[in-house]
Structures are given as structure tokens and as C-alpha cells.
Ligand binder design. Structure first.
Ligand code: SAM
Length: 401
């Protein structure tokens, strides 16, 4: 076993675990174990930096520093105090404890977190004579504690801010999708940059912008900072090299056809601005990435060659959904798609399980997908001119519930 390998845990949205494993393999990381909502992997510190920089799907990369059984808060205090924290930070750094638990018998999460904070402070006081301060908003070091019914794992967060934040978003549309979920939708839909992509409910442009950065091979973390940059002993030379390689890997000289539209001109404006902030203004100027104001009931295909629509239309929890108006709008959207988008694969993310019925379409695939806490379905409808009325469809690929 390579002693330089450290144990990491990636927090990954449900349904995207396999896609994340593919990313690890691409980065040469072969030792990993997937579980629901996450992935354990062994990697060197420089590989951890690369995973943070390149992953499109993970939300956070954690470094496991201690693990043990517990029955009381004092067991957790001892576990937290047994780690040599000075390997990663000093009393001059600020820190913060976050705690999550599943089936823990302990009464107070807040009190347990406080005991871990005490353990870290006591450790430094005893070894160094000083203690680090707690900082709630922008700590140098984030310590995560996870409790199950019997065991406790303590992690250092290597990511800092959640990885869905690519560092470009300023303006928000209505209910923007997180960037790692947008990437996940594109991955699950099997979109590749050679295929035209259209999002007729584009909002702030997340799906189209994420697709553009995939197509030009721009590392998703190129324009942001990471938690590991504040670690003691952080190898800044290696990090500069990794970032330089990533900058050199960006290639705008490839054909792409990406189009987003939204009914709101204000929101389309924001999507345009976001595209510039995300560093793809060259493609906006060249017309390879286009945003326009248009009602999805009237939108036309963005390319003669059929491609993919990947979109999340407005739904329930977001805009008083069960409202007849959304349902009837989606019926009209479906009529337009049937009329004008023959040959296209249409993927829609919604929390409304009635969507296929509203659209009078039978899905050819559906995937359970969580948009934050909201359980959604990611439906695929294949547009085969005229033959897609619900009663006509005889083909069904997969259906998960
Ligand atoms: C759930 S949001 C999409 C969010 C988007 N994926 C993002 O990340 O920002 C739905 C969007 O549909 C737009 N919308 C509502 N009705 C529409 C219609 N008939 N045609 C086109 N867009 C519409 C809203 O303006 C809103 O931006």
C-alpha cells in the first residue's frame, strides 16, 4: 500500500455516484469504493487537489483524520483530541466545526460539536500554549464530524465552499439549478459536446453554461479557491502546476451548438452575463452559445440536426405548481415539441410525477434525482414525429418506479 495515499470521502449527489467514479478513473485514481451519496477513495494530496479542481459532480471532498466507536460525548472529545491537528493548521488559523448525524443516540448535536471544538482548542493549548479562534462565516479550516449510531468519523474539508460553486455566479434567476446537478443531468442524459443542446427554460443559463465549460474542457474549479489552500504545508508549487496545466487544456477551437431560451427577457439578460462571468464570452460572440427570449410553447429547434433538450421547467414547489396553468402550459410545450422537434431526445427534470400525463407523452426513461431536498424525476421523451401520443407508444426502455 502506498503510504502517501490518504483516505478521502467525496460527498456526491444521489444518482451521480457512477459519473463521479468515471472522473476519478480519468484522474488515475483506481482505489475507490462507491456508496449511496458518496465515494471513498485513496489519493495523494496532489491528486486531491486535482479532484477538487476537476470534479463536476461532487459537492465536497473530505479528508478522514480520525474514526472510532463512541457512546458518549466524552468518547468523541477524546477521539478529536487524539489527532495531531498541527499537521494541517496552527493556532493562528480560524476554524469551524460542522456536525451531521444519522441514528446517533446523543441528545444534542450542538453540545457534541462544542465538545469537538473544546478538544481542538485543548489540544493546541496543551501542545502550543495558544488556541485557534472559531470563525463561523469564513473559517480557514472546516472540520466535519459525522456520527452514525455507534461510530464517529472526523474529517477535514479540503474543498471550502461547496464545489457546485464554480466561482462565476453573481446574478440569479428563479430557482437556479446547482452547477454540479446541471452537470449531472448532462451526464445522465448522455450529452456529448458534438450534439446540439437546447434548454427552452434556461433561467440563469446553468445547464447551457455548464455544457459550454465541458465542451471547451475548462476545469470547473479554475476560477475559485479551495479549503486545502489554507492547509499548513500546502504545496503551492504543485498547485500552480496543476492549475497551469488546466488553463492550457482549455480549447475554444471546437464546434458546439448550445442554445438557451426563457420567457423572461430579464432572466435571459442574466444568463448572458453569467456566460461572460463563466469565461465563455468568446463562444457567445461567435454565436456558438446563444441565449434568447422565447416562450417554450413556440420555441424552434436550434439546429437542423436533432440533438438533446435538457431542461428543468417550472414546477410545483417553485411556482405554485399543481396549478392548472403550469400543467396546461406543459401540454402546449409538448404539442410544440411533437410538431417541431422530431428526432430530438427531450430530458426534463421535475418534481411533478404527473408531467408525462400532462404532456400526453410516455417517457422512455426516468431517473430518480434529488434537486436539493426535493425528490424529482428526470424524464426522457423521444420525439418521433407524430407517433408520440401516449396511446401510440409501445416502446419502453427502463422505468425505475
Ligand atoms: C426552474 S426555472 C429554470 C432554472 C434554470 N435551470 C437555472 O438554473 O437557472 C424555470 C424557468 O422557466 C421559465 N419559464 C416559465 N414559463 C416559461 C415559458 N412558457 N417559456 C419559457 N420559459 C418559461 C422561468 O422564467 C424560469 O426561469
Amino acid at each position: 500500500m502506498n503510504t502517501l495515499l490518504k483516505p478521502f470521502y467525496a460527498v456526491v449527489p444521489l444518482s451521480l455516484e457512477e459519473l463521479f467514479a468515471e472522473e476519478l478513473k480519468k484522474l488515475g485514481i483506481e482505489k475507490f469504493r462507491l456508496e449511496k451519496g458518496g465515494c471513498w477513495f485513496g489519493a495523494e494530496m496532489s491528486q486531491m487537489m486535482q479532484v477538487n479542481l476537476w470534479t463536476r459532480y461532487a459537492s465536497r471532498i473530505l479528508l478522514k483524520v480520525a474514526e472510532g466507536p463512541y457512546r458518549t460525548e466524552e468518547d468523541i472529545y477524546k477521539l478529536a483530541k487524539s489527532f495531531r491537528w498541527e499537521q494541517y493548521f496552527t493556532p493562528k488559523n480560524t476554524f469551524k466545526i460542522e456536525l451531521s448525524s444519522r441514528r446517533s443516540p446523543l441528545k444534542s448535536v450542538a453540545f457534541t460539536a462544542l465538545r469537538v471544538k473544546d478538544a481542538v482548542c485543548d489540544y493546541f493549548r496543551e501542545t502550543d500554549g495558544q488556541r485557534p479562534d472559531v470563525e463561523k462565516h469564513d473559517p480557514d479550516i472546516r472540520i466535519y464530524v459525522h456520527l452514525t449510531d455507534k461510530s464517529c468519523i472526523i474529517y477535514l474539508d479540503t474543498s471550502g465552499e461547496s464545489l457546485f460553486k464554480r466561482g462565476w455566479r453573481e446574478a440569479k434567476g428563479e430557482a437556479p439549478l446547482k452547477e454540479n446537478l446541471a452537470a449531472g443531468l448532462l451526464g445522465l442524459a448522455g450529452w456529448t459536446p458534438d450534439k446540439p443542446l437546447q434548454d427552452p427554460f434556461c433561467g440563469s443559463g446553468t445547464i447551457i453554461i455548464e455544457a459550454a465549460t465541458i465542451a471547451c474542457n475548462m476545469a470547473p474549479g479554475l476560477n475559485r479557491r479551495f479549503g486545502f489552500e489554507r492547509f499548513r504545508g500546502f504545496d503551492s508549487t504543485a498547485w500552480q502546476r496543476i492549475k497551469k496545466e488546466a488553463r492550457m487544456a482549455v480549447n475554444f477551437d471546437v464546434p458546439v451548438n448550445l442554445a438557451g431560451s426563457d420567457i423572461s427577457t430579464l432572466i435571459v439578460d442574466r444568463a448572458q452575463k453569467n456566460a461572460v462571468l463563466a469565461g465563455i464570452s468568446q463562444w457567445v460572440n461567435e454565436g456558438k452559445v446563444r441565449f434568447s427570449a422565447c416562450d417554450a410553447r413556440e420555441v424552434q429547434p436550434s439546429s437542423e440536426t436533432p440533438g438533446l433538450i435538457v431542461t428543468n421547467p417550472p414546477y410545483g414547489e417553485q411556482s405554485n405548481p399543481k396549478s392548472a396553468s403550469v400543467a396546461s402550459m406543459m401540454k402546449n410545450v409538448a404539442d410544440n415539441l411533437k410538431r417541431n422537434f422530431a428526432g430530438w431526445a427531450v430530458w426534463m427534470l421535475t418534481s411533478d410525477r404527473e408531467l408525462p400525463r400532462q404532456m400526453r407523452l410516455k417517457e422512455s426513461k426516468k431517473i430518480v434525482f434529488f434537486n436539493g431536498p426535493l425528490e424529482c424525476r428526470f424524464f426522457r421523451f423521444v420525439m418521433t414525429a407524430g407517433s408520440n401520443r401516449k396511446e401510440d407508444v409501445s416502446q419502453k426502455e427502463t422505468s425505475s418506479d
